[in-house]
Design a protein around this ligand. Structure first.
Ligand code: GLN
Length: 484
């Protein structure tokens, strides 16, 4: 059963070939058996999952089942889950039990999905390798000496190893797409505002967006149907109607205009990754698409601008962790000042502190114009590049990441090398656009992802374009041998 997609599991439940309690038990057993090798979960909510599954079975028996009733899922440990530890992989929140559910979790619960547990991640979603977690690194199921990507590395590894049929993730600069690429799964970062951020612990509020991480585009469409929509509790969520994302999956892509930005195929791109991406594009041409060379001339500015904007917003968001209101508090502080300093000093990890320092500096009175304001102007230039490109193409394609997985520890001592992992994903967040990564090949036994970028609110188109590729290829069906 664990080799089935979310869609197939939903069908099996509907056909009463298996109950939700049996299915949930099967995944809980897999987590027990395999997760010690991967460390992809921070918390496994076994008894709660079995109770939710029993309720789903009862709902089905009463004729009240909907599309995903009884299907198990895992949530990134950045989403608040009522009564369950919500740590954001930080010592700061190691003792934090969320008093409410994030809107995404609430919607999933209402749709009858069963939560298996909370997945590991980079601390406060800052990272690209899952090595900054307080709970230790996650391993890539394709080769446990390699990183799974980050920050949603636990979700990506769990889905790749089929310890969960699907999971939620969040993406501020690439954290859904890059780990999806490195673990060989399908991940979608929706348009900014498409999915509510309420109850999702904030990193950089103008960039953060939750989305599905799944085996296939069809599974991601089913999950986005549940996750998307306006939320009065999130002032940046939009009123735009949510279509049925599964309805257009099979639409023809004959004549689809694919833009290939020349900046995505230059220096720094691994040759094997380039080959996989070019092969995938050729597959699209066979399916009737047309390739257009385009330029996104400000791509090289996206990382420097992001590393001003994101830390600035993070420094502000993380000021709430003060040892008083939430989470970790140091022992025996001498006075109030020491309480703040020591709680934050002891509770946050190194990368988080680095971001807070950079962000506070960029926002300080003397440097605001030179850094923060300038970065916001660059952000507009990046968006303008995409607007100009989308005047002539329907989607943009390229690599998700410049490389396949790298070894644990390989880039840990060099933050800038790690930051470059998001060279092709960050601009998409800066422009608020939707982006999807799907498995498109392998390099030395490690998966390689193809990124597809769409216009604002073009998620249905992205999922359609990805689904057509998955109808013609089988990269998305590969399971790492040790977990088959
Ligand atoms: N790797 C990027 C960072 O460290 C993006 C992380 C994310 O998308 N949450 O900030």
């Amino acid at each position: 059963m664990h080799d089935k997609t979310l869609k197939q599991l939903a069908d099996a439940l509907a056909a009463r070939q298996i109950s939700s309690v049996e299915l949930t038990g099967l995944y809980l057993d897999r987590i027990k058996r395999f997760d010690p090798q991967l460390n992809s979960f921070i918390t496994v909510t076994e008894s709660q999952a079995l109770a939710q599954a029993a309720a789903a079975d009862a709902a089905r028996a009463a004729g009240k089942a909907v599309a995903l009733t009884g299907v198990p899922i895992a949530h990134k440990d950045i989403f608040c889950t009522q009564g369950v530890k919500t740590s954001c992989a930080s010592k700061m929140l190691d003792n934090f039990i969320a008093p409410y559910n994030a809107t995404v979790v609430e919607k999933m619960n209402a749709a009858g999905l069963v939560m298996l547990g909370k997945t590991n991640m980079d601390e406060f979603a800052m990272g690209s390798s899952n090595e900054s977690s307080f709970y230790g690194p996650v391993k890539n199921p394709w080769n446990t000496a390699f990183v799974p990507g980050g920050s949603s590395g636990g979700s990506a590894a769990a889905v790749a190893a089929r310890l969960a049929p699907a999971a939620t993730g969040t993406d501020t600069g690439g954290s859904i797409r890059q780990p999806a690429s490195l673990c060989g799964i399908t991940g979608l970062k929706p348009t900014y505002g498409r999915v509510s951020r309420w109850g999702m612990i904030a990193f950089a509020s103008s960039l953060d967006q939750g989305g599905p991480m799944a085996q296939t585009a069809e599974d991601a469409a089913l999950l986005l149907n549940v996750m998307a929509g306006f939320d009065p509790k999130d002032s940046t969520s939009t009123h735009i109607d949510v279509p049925d994302y599964t309805a257009t999956l099979n639409d023809s892509i004959e004549g689809l205009r694919i833009g290939l930005p020349k900046e995505f195929f230059g220096e720094g791109l691994d040759a094997d990754v380039e080959q996989c991406v070019r092969d995938a594009i050729r597959e699209y041409e066979k399916l009737g698409a047309k390739v257009v060379e385009i330029s996104l001339p400000n791509t090289h500015l996206s990382i420097p601008a992001y590393y001003v904007v994101a830390p600035a917003e993070a420094s502000s968001n993380l000021s709430r962790f003060d040892g008083v209101r939430f989470g970790y508090r140091c022992n025996d502080p001498e006075n109030l000042e020491a309480l703040y300093k020591r709680s934050r000093g002891e509770g946050f990890g190194e990368e988080v502190k680095r971001r807070i320092l950079i962000g506070t500096y960029a926002l300080s009175a003397g440097y605001y114009d030179a850094y923060y304001l300038k970065a916001q102007k660059v952000r507009r230039l990046i968006k303008n590049d995409f607007d100009a490109a989308f005047a002539n193409v329907d989607v943009i394609m390229g690599p998700t990441a410049p490389h396949a997985g790298f070894k644990l520890g390989e880039k840990a001592a060099n933050p800038v090398a790690l930051y470059l992992s998001d060279i092709y994903t960050i601009a998409v967040n800066m422009a608020g656009l939707p982006g999807l990564s799907l498995p498109a090949g392998q390099s030395n036994g490690l998966p390689v992802g193809l990124q597809i970028i769409g216009k604002h609110f073009a998620e249905a188109r992205l999922l359609n374009v990805a689904h057509r590729f998955q109808q013609a290829t089988d990269w998305h069906l590969q399971i790492p041998a040790a977990f088959a």
